[in-house]
Design a protein around this ligand. Structure first.
Ligand code: NAP
Ligand code: ZN
Ligand code: ZN
Length: 346
């Protein structure tokens, strides 16, 4: 049996729970989990905010650790290697999107690392708030061991979820990029956008985060609770990436787009939003969504971050404090990613 932390119901606290991991198949890798990042998607799912949770939920999809066993046919990993697992542990592998390395958009349906029907073992998948995981090697990533592993964990979701759309919409030198929300995803968007050469403006409800935003790479900062600050930036941005987890008015930010600008929503608030179509029509603006990146792009992002020394700013926590960490995340009080030290799961 494998130790984990699970929620047994939408209103229950996460608590210790034992799960069973499958026997290794020939192409499987077993990873001893050393750190797991805490994504707001974990919280949405634990509390059934997306109305698709099947309990018990063992969350966690920013997994880093060490390989402790490999199946006979595994070629890319050996015992002792550092390795990562992100948001997906499977996909059909044969649809047009999977063949292009766009597994998040698998047309048959991919397999999430947690709270997904498990096509191999039956039941639901269990995520990274646990001591170990068994994953097909194609969904395991190679990591640099030059940086603290805890700071690499958040790249597996927060990193790739911001890297992928910034690349897709060709954010580069001189792009005027606005980042909405300075949390886990937002701080990676700032770091990556700045690294790609963009002029980054942080759009935040938390004015006390301004010094951090600038340290992370933002050149400008706007307190979005102040209507005058928003008004001043009307029509300014080529690209806005919205990472907000809670209900908010998208129209306020759409107005900040320049002609032909795009607002990319990666945050997934539990409730649908109302958008004024006139705001899009006026300026030929686009409103877009984006999931995590595919498997090849995730490895590319990890390699890019290793090459450029980009990691996440983390607060490492004891798993026994996970429920308090969720409460802090809800108050936007995270700087800028909680990461569980799995040695504290005994
Ligand atoms: P997080 O660390 O909690 O950050 C969210 C940030 O949004 C907060 O720090 C806060 O920043 C801002 N915010 C919170 N409530 C707000 C409100 N009512 N109005 C305006 N701003 C508000 O969350 P995260 O882990 O980065 O995740 C963000 C969202 O992305 C979640 O919905 C998550 O499920 C989703 N997600 C999507 C994908 C994908 O594939 N598309 C992948 C991962 C996560 P300020 O203090 O700066 O305002
Ligand atoms: Zn996530
Ligand atoms: Zn597919």
């Amino acid at each position: 049996m494998t130790k984990s932390y699970a929620a047994q119901a939408a209103d229950a606290r996460l608590a210790p729970f034992e799960i069973e991991r499958r026997e290794l198949r020939p192409e499987d890798v077993q990873v001893e989990i050393l750190y797991c990042g805490v994504c707001h998607s974990d919280l949405h799912t634990v509390r059934n905010e997306w109305r698709n949770s099947v309990y018990p939920v063992v969350p966690g999809h920013e997994i880093v650790g060490r390989v402790t066993a490999t199946g006979d046919r595994v070629t890319r990993f050996k015992n002792g290697d550092v390795a990562g697992v992100g948001v997906l542990v499977g996909s059909c592998r044969t649809c047009t999107n999977c063949r292009k390395g766009l597994e998040p958009y698998c047309k048959v349906g991919n397999v999430g690392t947690f709270n997904s029907p498990d096509p191999i073992s039956g039941g639901m998948t269990y995520g990274g708030y646990s001591k170990s995981i068994v994953v097909h090697e194609d969904f395991v990533f190679r990591l640099s061991d030059e940086f603290p592993l805890a700071e690499i964990a958040p790249l597996l979701c927060a990193g790739i979820t911001t890297y992928s759309p910034l690349r897709h919409w060709k954010v580069g030198k001189g792009s005027k990029l606005g980042v909405v929300g300075l949390g886990g995803l937002g701080h990676m968007a700032v770091k990556l956008g700045a690294s790609f050469g963009a002029e980054v403006t942080m759009l935040s409800t938390s004015p006390e985060k301004e010094p951090d935003a600038r340290r992370l790479g933002a050149q400008k900062f706007a307190n979005t609770r102040d209507p005058a600050e928003l008004k001043r930036r009307a029509g300014y941005f080529e690209v806005i990436i919205d990472t907000v987890s809670a209900e908010h008015d998208y129209n306020n930010y759409l107005d900040l787009l320049d002609t032909d600008g795009v607002m990319i929503c990666v945050g997934i608030p539990p409730t649908p939003a109302q958008v004024d179509m006139a705001t899009l029509e006026n300026g030929r603006r686009s409103l877009a969504g984006s999931s995590i990146g595919g498997i090849p792009e995730t490895q590319e992002m990890l390699d890019y971050c290793a090459e450029h020394g980009i990691t996440s700013d983390v607060e490492v926590i004891d798993i026994a404090t996970i429920n308090e960490a969720y409460e802090r995340m809800l108050k936007s009080d995270v700087r800028y990613r909680f990461v569980i030290d799995m040695a504290t799961l005994r």
